[in-house]
Design a protein around this ligand. Structure first.
Ligand code: 5GP
Ligand code: ZN
Length: 114
């Protein structure tokens, strides 16, 4: 998608602090962090929301979580704990319509989330 900010980050057309990149997934630091560690794991391929997922995306989704596990270890939050969140739709707080897994850690997390 030409006008998608996360497609542009994946393609290197917009700068971001990337922690992990492979053929399928990119992980970078959130511009407006809500915790000491706040990362976003995205698929390179544009998928707007969870509602747009297809059966063939199942493995790709697994790769997002494997990337989350890897960067959590890199950031030193694997043992202290971290929160993964994927908002779906405006009502849930989604503002960028290219799916992304938030990875938040480095502070205590409240429950339930707001
Ligand atoms: P959402 O609200 O859609 O779940 O999350 C979007 C996230 O993307 C927000 O946490 C926001 O700070 C982050 N974000 C938006 N634009 C950019 C950007 O250009 N670069 C980076 N690194 N993060 C962004
Ligand atoms: Zn996109």
């Amino acid at each position: 998608m030409t006008d998608c900010i996360f497609c542009k980050i994946a393609a290197g057309e917009i700068p971001a602090e990337k922690l992990l990149e492979n053929d399928d997934v990119v992980v970078f630091r959130d511009l407006n962090p809500q915790a000491p560690t706040h990362l976003l794991a995205i698929p390179r391929r544009h998928i707007a929301t969870i509602n747009d997922l297809q059966e063939q995306d199942a493995a790709l989704f697994g790769k997002l979580f494997l990337a989350a596990k890897e960067v959590a270890a890199l950031e030193g939050i694997a043992d202290t704990g971290y929160r993964t969140v994927m908002n779906c739709g405006e009502g849930a707080g989604q503002t960028v319509f290219h799916i992304h897994l938030h990875i938040l850690g480095g502070r205590a997390m409240g429950w339930p989330p707001g």
